[in-house]
Every structure is written in structure tokens, then in C-alpha cells.
Ligand binder design. Sequence first.
Ligand code: CMP
Length: 424
Amino acid sequence: MAIEPLELLKRVFPSLGQLELEHLSGIAKIRTYPPDTVLCHEGAYEQTFYLISEGLVVVTKRFDERGDLILRRAGPGEFFGEMAIIQDAPRSATITTLEETTVLELDKSTLEKALSENASLALQMIRTTFDRVRANDQMTIRELRQAFETLERLDRAKLDFIQVAAHELRTPLTVMRGYASMLLSDPTIKANPMLLEITQGIASGSQRLHEIVNNMLDVQKIDMDTLQAAAIPVSLPVVLRGLANDFKDALVARNLRLDIELDKNGDLIYIEADPGLVTKALYHLLMNAIKYTPDGGSIRVSCAYEENEELGRVAHIQVSDTGIGVAPEHQQLIFEKFYQIGEVALHSSGKTAFKAGGPGLGLAIARGAVNAHGGRIWMESRGYDEQLLPGSTFHVLLPVQARKRPHHEGREMAPMAGIRSTHS
Ligand code: CMP
């Protein structure tokens, strides 16, 4: 049953007097629209205000290319289209008739006149509008939360798969590495250059696979927040010199120069940390510097001790390179596991080759290892440029005295584009 115009106006604007209501009723247009008619177009500048006399409409908001969000349905006695008029802004949502719908239509100037002449009416409409804005906010937050939960579930499923795959690969790999090293010490093979080269290939390939599997297990531990950092005296210079030695061949092969600059008293200062985790973090930073610096470039590692407002006395390690740099939009995300810059299809493998891809775990492991010490890790780069080579600097702060890490610090919400993680 259609609501009569006067009755409808009285319901929506109870504070208006009889004369004003009759005046509005006289100038309002009554229109009937078939189902599926769009009365308000989200984003458009439109100036009509509607009161529903009969029928049903749906309020929707564009969500993404996959579809719209239904905010609510509205029926007889309800109004819509006021927000754009009050705010002088585009439509905040789309309104479509779900069945044949009869409406009373008022234009912008009529509504504005009624509002300006009647303060309590204006207040009432503002209240409704605020309620709607709040409802829209809550809806958006609910949707975001659901999206986070879905992402977290997917992330967990991915990690479970990685753990199973890594464990399954580990046993046959151990066998392969064992046999490969036995073959390498066999005198017949040693005496035959071709067989020796093949066997060395098998040995280094299985060693590389072993490292990848270990990275997969490390990243899984980081995500499950089960990385426990020991707190024993660690000499950073010793760790750094050890790493420089590990990368010696790669640095020579790529014609890269590595300078390590230590604090004057560096050799004498120990930090309370987990030597394995600290080595891992710095290993991945150095590995990245090598990978993303073209042949002939240089890498500088410095370590100084300083006071940090939040962490107290810290070792500040910087790994700088003269490489291709990182674009600002990637600088936060590169610490997320599996994050790859560029197309995965163009991914080249190999450990220390220029721009060698890798599975995208190194920086996630470095961040996990630093966080496990209650430290900080971040990077700076003037941007990405393969010609100008702006370079990158990775910073790590490690507390000199081991800190008890609050449990929540290691947890991250599932990454979502545009949402910054809270630390690193
Ligand atoms: P306007 O922005 O002019 O055009 C779209 C209309 O949709 C808007 O005014 C409100 O009338 C209506 N609208 C927006 N959000 C909601 C909501 N959460 N609930 C009900 N109506 C809404």
C-alpha cells in the first residue's frame, strides 16, 4: 500500500508544521519506476532527494572489480539521496529499485530551503546522515576484518604446505648430499676431470637445495613465532668477517668490493644475542646486496654502537650497496615473505648472480631474526634505477643487552596492499 504524500512527508519530517508539509507536498513530484532502475549513481553529482512511498530499493557501494557491497535495503517511509545534497558532494552509494517503486522527489533547492527554515528538521537529517556514515564505516571495517581473516587463513595454509614440502625434501636431500660427498672423495672420480665436474655439480646443487629447504623451515618458524633467540656474547666483527669469507668467491666472481668498517672498539664489544640468528640476518642482507649490485660495484658494511631512545644501547649495522635500489612502493613490502619485485616469470635462479631471484624469503628471515632479538630492521633507497644505480642501505639495530621480547611483537597481520606493518 502506497503511503500518501502528505503522510509520507509527515513521517519523514515530523517536526514540520502542517502548512510547510502541505507546501512540500505541493511541489514534490510523484514518480513510479520499474524494477532495476538506478536512482542514485555512486560518484555522480546528482541533486534529487527521494522519499519512498511504495516499493523497495537496495543501497550498494562499489567494492572492487568483483562486485558491490549491499549496505541495506530501504522501503516505504524511508528516504535517501540526502547525503550528496547536504555535503555538496558526489553520491556516496548507488540506489537501485528492486521492484516497482513509487517515490516522492524533491530537488536540492527545495530540500535546502526546508532545512534552512527548520533547525530541528536539519538536525534530525544530520543525525540520520551520521548514522548512515557510521554504518558505512562499520561495514567497511567488517569487510576489511573478514578479508584479513581470509588472508591469514590462506597464509597459514601456504605455510603448512611449505613445512610439509620442506620436511619431505629434507630426507632425500640429506641422502643425496651424503652420497655426493662420498663420490667427491672417490679416487677414480677425482682422477677423471669430467666425472669430477659432474659430481661437483651434484654436490653444489644439492647444497643449494639444502639451503633453500632450510630457509623454508626458518620462515615457517618465524611465522609461527617460535624463533627463540639465545642470549650469549656475540662478536659482530667476527660474524661479519666470517660472512665476508663465506662470500669471498662470489665477490671475486662478480668483481664486487666489500668493505667492512667497524667501530673503533668493535672487536672488544660483544652483544648479547643468538649467533646463529644474527649470522642468518646479516647473511641475507649481504646476499641481497650482492644480488642487486651489478658487477664492478661495491658493498659497505659498517657497525657502530649508539644509544637508541627506545632500545637503549644498540649495535647499528648498515649494509649499503651501489646497486639498482628499491622503489619506494616496495620498500616496506620486501620484508614480507615470498614478496618478489618484478615478474616471477622472469625470475632467474642462482644464488649470487646479478638479479638472481630466489624464493623471496631472505629479508623475511632477516626481519624475523632481528625481531626475535627485539631489534629493528628497515631499509632506505632513493629509488630503483638500473642505469643510475642509486643503491640501498639496510639498517639493523640489535640491543647490546638481550631484551625480553613482548610476545605480540613477532606477530604480523596478514599483509594487505596499502596497509603498513607496524614495525620493521
Ligand atoms: P547520497 O550520497 O546523496 O546518495 C546515495 C545515498 O545512499 C546516500 O545519499 C544515502 O541516502 C544512502 N546511503 C548511503 N549509505 C547508506 C547506508 N549505510 N544506509 C542507508 N542508506 C545509505
